[in-house]
Design a binder for this molecule. Structure first.
Ligand SMILES: [Zn+2]
Length: 550
């Protein structure tokens, strides 16, 4: 009891110092939060905060909204708005044009192959039998993260840890100097890492895996948290715009999870709200296991919740499944916030919550509502383009790859045939503009050149890295998606449904409030740097959010 009292007093005087110093004189360099907690919710649209507000609990999203600070108009300032670039941009405070993470996958001109963002053939899996799942590292990310800066500043005394279901959503936030980044291996149901970080899982991760929580969460059907008739914010459960879970004939509750997994295949966990719950569990284990926030140096935990993305892709933003996932995430979030308050005190940790991109409505639904929306067939486009080029240039092999709405040309063939690259690009732009669903198209010369004078083009320039991006980038019309599936939805564009995300701050020196001023996603890292009195990441282009940093 005595010990508890002493710890509490210590925290109290610490926070009192922080308050007085902040208000009256410039912040002292030695007063910092003990812990920064970054939370990224994969595919979270800004409007979900309001849409589900009445069903949120007191200590989750509602607490962040009423007792924290809401940057209501936070947008991505580049495209493509995908998961890899999103996480890299949040933590580097910069855009793909600097950090080089231009997609989840891209075409590598040197190897002539499509590569995955965090693939690294030089490292090994640590923590499971899977050879592939752990051959990962942040080596393709060219910039430092806020965590890297914290590590360098503190002479490696600050700790940075990151956890997520997705490898890329753990690895990129962890940066190059992470003390440990852990992600989910769906073959074993365990959390793993790579030899980039360590050759052996720490004991706390081994102990965590030994609980077999994946089995526990998949042992029961997924039913709604509240009686289903109360989900009036969403469309009816059985509708034609939702995808099906394995073995199901209708997209309706309850989803029979026990029938969908085996001891060698836990992949379905990703597409349930319990994928988020297990991330909450490992985050809580990380606080304890790594003793975060208990030294004289500020520590950093980056948590990414990815099930929201898997379920969102499959079901779309109008589904009860997505709503139920957010209501359950809200309860998981409440558990994390309550833990932090209890163990560190509200004034001793800085928490932010945002998303790596948002998402479009299901195009098929908007088409039925007679709005502009549609499906763009890259198969048809690619075949016609090759036909057109063989007529014009007498060669049908000038295109190497089409990925991320970008066309990569066969540069060596073009050189060999002495074709003018710029004219070829211009021809392809003119050809692309004859297609229904294409809003515009830009050449690499334009995207790497002077600032283009419209928002979409400007965002595409920020997403363009000359050494990795394509020769021509297409911009589809709003609500037009790759013709992959007519149920569910996706993201990746410059449009507000993909760029407008939540940004909430809570804890350390954060006064309750909100701003409607525009904030860029690249402002998050410099804002944290400002609170910590450290340097912004090395390619950061953002600025501290003045409404909260003063
Ligand atoms: Zn994502």
């Amino acid at each position: 009891m005595k010990l508890i009292t002493i710890i509490f007093c210590g925290i109290f005087s610490f926070s009192l110092n922080a308050q007085t110093n902040v208000k009256q004189v410039p912040q002292k360099e030695n007063i910092k939060p003990r812990l920064v907690v970054g939370i990224v919710v994969d595919q979270m649209r800004y409007d979900y905060l309001a849409k589900y507000y009445n069903k949120f609990s007191q200590n989750g999203f509602k607490k962040l909204l009423t007792q924290g600070f809401n940057c209501k108009n936070t947008n991505y300032n580049y495209a493509p708005t995908y998961t890899g670039p999103g996480h890299a941009s949040i933590y580097t405070g910069s855009t793909p044009s600097f950090h080089g993470i231009i997609g989840n996958n891209w075409f590598a001109r040197d190897s002539g192959k499509v590569i995955y963002v965090t693939d690294d053939p030089t490292v090994q899996t640590v923590g499971s039998e899977s050879a592939k799942a752990g051959k990962m590292s942040p080596h393709n990310m060219l910039a430092s993260t806020i965590g890297d800066e914290l590590r360098l500043y503190s002479n490696m005394k600050s700790k940075v840890i990151s956890v997520s279901l997705k490898d890329r959503a753990a690895i990129l936030p962890g940066g190059h100097l992470s003390n440990g980044s852990y992600w989910f291996d769906s073959g074993s149901g365990n959390f793993i890492t790579s030899s980039y970080y360590t050759n052996k899982l720490p004991q706390w991760v081994t102990d965590f895996n030994a609980q077999h929580l994946s089995d526990k969460y998949l042992s029961q059907p997924w039913n709604t948290l509240f009686p289903i008739e109360q989900y009036t914010e969403s469309a009816e459960d059985d509708n034609p715009y939702e995808g099906l879970y394995q073995g199901e004939s209708k997209p309706v509750f309850p989803h029979n999870l026990p029938a969908m997994f085996s001891k060698t295949d836990y992949e379905v966990l990703l597409s349930t709200p319990f994928g988020n719950t297990i991330i909450k569990d490992i985050a809580l284990a990380a606080f304890k296991g790594e003793n975060l926030g208990k030294s004289d140096y500020t520590d950093f935990l980056a948590i990414s919740f990815s099930s929201t993305d898997y379920i969102g892709h499959k079901m779309g933003p109008q589904s009860i499944e997505v709503e139920d996932t957010y209501l359950r995430l809200d309860r998981d979030l409440a558990e994390i916030i309550t833990y932090l308050e209890k163990n560190y005190g509200k004034d001793n940790f800085l928490l932010f919550l945002t998303a790596d991109h948002a998402v479009a409505y299901v195009p098929e639904e908007l088409m039925d509502l007679k709005m502009n929306a549609g499906y763009f067939s890259y198969k048809i486009f690619s075949d016609s383009l090759n036909g057109y080029l063989s007529k014009m240039y007498n060669d049908s092999n000038l295109v190497s790859c089409i990925i991320n709405d970008q066309i990569y040309l066969n540069r060596s063939l073009i050189k060999q045939k002495d074709i003018n690259l710029k004219s070829l690009q211009d021809d392809i732009v003119s050809f692309a503009l004859t297609f229904k669903g294409v809003a515009n198209a830009y050449t690499s010369y334009e995207l790497n050149g002077e600032s283009l004078n419209n928002r979409s083009a400007e965002l595409m320039q920020h997403g363009f890295y000359i050494k990795r991006s394509g020769d021509i980038a297409l911009l589809l019309e709003p609500q037009w998606l790759d013709d992959y599936s007519h149920t569910g939805t996706s993201h990746g564009t410059t449009y507000s449904y993909d760029t407008h995300v939540p940004l909430l701050w809570y804890g350390w020196d954060i006064k309750p409030g909100y701003t409607s001023e525009p904030v860029d996603i690249t402002d998050i890292a410099p804002t944290i740097a400002s609170f910590l009195n450290i340097m912004s990441p090395n390619t950061s282009i953002g600025k501290p959010i003045l409404s909260i940093t003063k």
